[in-house]
Design a protein around this ligand. Sequence first.
Ligand code: R2B
Ligand code: URA
Length: 309
Amino acid sequence: ILLNCLGNDRKEYMEETFHVNNPNLDGMEEDILYHFSLGTKTHNLPEMFGDIKFVCVGGSAKRMKAFAQFIHTELNLPGSNDEPKDICEATDRYCMYKVGPVLSMSHGMGVPSISIMLHELIKLLHHAHCRDVVLFRLGTSGGVGLAPGTVVVSEKALDYNFLPQFEQVVLGKVIMRSTELDAGVSRELLQCSKELPNLPAVIGNTMCTNDFYEGQGRLDGALCSFSHAEKLEYLQRAYEAGVRNIEMESTVFAAMCRVCGLKAAVVCVTLLNRFDGDQITSPEDVLVEYQQRPQVLVAHYIKKRLALI
Ligand code: R2B
Ligand code: URA
């Protein structure tokens, strides 16, 4: 089934099954995934990655290593998980761990960093002939009108104007891509949250920005060009547009997965309520526990899908 995705200069199509959206790839004798230190000639990608069904990505390398160890235990897999092998150890751009059918990867901070990683990740899944893969972004965020520690499962990823679109500049022109996420996976994740203790979760819209400070209406950066009242007015408008959290990668994540027909979900914990302040003041142990919440939720989902519970 071919669906017209968005009416742009160049039409893009979405099929039911996942596909890369670039005819040039077919003609390439070798594809070097430079930022992963992997390639189609140097590595047997189908053998290494062909059985992947769940890809979990998150900003921090340390957190994604911890997730690899956690999911190893949760899936009752054999062998030790003390020192999981970083498949991308030859580069320090990203880290990558494979745990049975789960790939855990870091993407760094912000749209440019995750976008480079997603180009190479989607090509990797394509070269490895993976099928029926679901992608999750497990992250942190600033909450909008929510108690800190609440997990937001994103309904839509919105831009700074609260629109469900991602702007990419291509050959000097702006291309718009839709940022809708998989409604079925989001609903199932919310259901999973109800089956877990200590996992407050909501479905809401997520606003993605290109900056942590002024770009998110913070008053505490090195620069600030607006008043406290203007900040609150912007957050209030965001709230009214259904925004419940703010982070820095969801729009490009949603857009790239959607164009390639990959199911995707964004699951971010809120570290603070932005109506109450800008600085992240919770103690380290509280923040560590908050950051485990998206991991616990997605692990529960994966176990259910694998019929382990
Ligand atoms: C959430 O946290 C990071 C900024 O602190 C950024 O990567 C994001 O989306
Ligand atoms: N990550 C963000 O992007 N914003 C916050 O306020 C907290 C974490």
